[in-house]
Design a protein around this ligand. Structure first.
Ligand SMILES: C[S@@+](CC[C@H](N)C(=O)[O-])C[C@H]1O[C@@H](n2cnc3c(N)ncnc32)[C@H](O)[C@@H]1O
Length: 233
């Protein structure tokens, strides 16, 4: 088993080629909802991968910050916008959210929206710490929009097995292992309850809905204004 960054460094060159038509329509739908929820301001493409969402995000509407810990994935993203008139702010330092604190952040701006598209949160074992750190960089009422692996039992029975679905039902954290060219990466199947308890101190749950014709659910949270005031006093 290797770290997520090592895994994505290894598969970077093949990543875009694995996108299916269904993935492309999920991406379109997710960006449409993101734009409808976040009218403008600073947005963060968190775990932005090879930059597949950048064409949909780069517009007069937003200042886009792009954070991707795998240097090989990031290099493809940088190349993809090299000829474009609009460019994101590429974060190359302080990419490890676990080290973030008020005095140690990758940027000084506060975000109005954070996109974590295509199972970024499923690469992260400790989502408690993730939401604590994201709270630092989010402006009041900032939206976090994440496509996460839908682990509701009915979905799990269809996509995994009865055994996996039963474990999820009993609210145990489940880890599955993905293999690519002999390299394995762990995927963390967090439940909605887990996202709620991990984020609840800083964020309100806006919605959690299945994304049509996919194994994803769309998790939407908004930065809690009262908690924002308390944590920034
Ligand atoms: C399935 S890819 C999704 C990439 C991109 N968001 C997309 O929609 O195509 C998951 C991404 O999450 C990134 N990732 C994994 N752990 C991360 C972390 N701790 N912080 C930020 N990104 C992370 C990986 O490097 C990888 O690029």
């Amino acid at each position: 088993m290797v770290s997520s960054t090592y895994y994505y460094d290894h598969i970077a060159g093949n990543y875009n080629g694995h996108m299916t038509d269904s993935d492309n329509s999920v991406r379109k739908e997710v960006i449409k909802i993101f734009k409808a929820n976040i009218p403008g301001g600073n947005i963060l493409d968190f775990g932005g991968g090879t930059g597949l969402d950048l064409p949909g995000l780069l517009s007069d509407q937003y200042k886009v910050f792009f954070l991707e810990p795998s240097t090989n994935m990031r290099a493809i993203a940088i190349e993809s916008v090299s000829e474009k008139p609009r460019k994101p702010v590429i974060i190359e330092e302080r990419v490890n959210f676990q080290q973030w604190s008020d005095n140690h952040l990758p940027f000084t701006e506060k975000m109005n929206g954070v996109l974590a598209n295509f199972a970024v949160l499923n690469c992260i074992p400790d989502v408690d710490s993730l939401f604590e750190k994201l709270a630092i960089i989010c402006a009041p009422l900032c939206y976090i929009q994440a496509t996460v692996i839908d682990v509701r039992p009915l979905k799990m029975i269809k996509t995994h097995s009865l055994k996996v679905a039963a474990k999820i039902l009993f609210n145990r954290q489940l880890i599955t292992r993905n293999y690519f060219n002999g390299i394995a990466q762990d995927t963390y199947l967090h439940t909605l309850q887990k996202y709620k308890s991990a984020s609840g101190k800083y964020f309100n749950l806006v919605s959690y809905n299945s994304i049509h014709s996919s194994n994803f659910a769309l998790l939407i949270l908004s930065r809690n204004e009262i908690a924002y005031k308390k944590t920034t006093l």
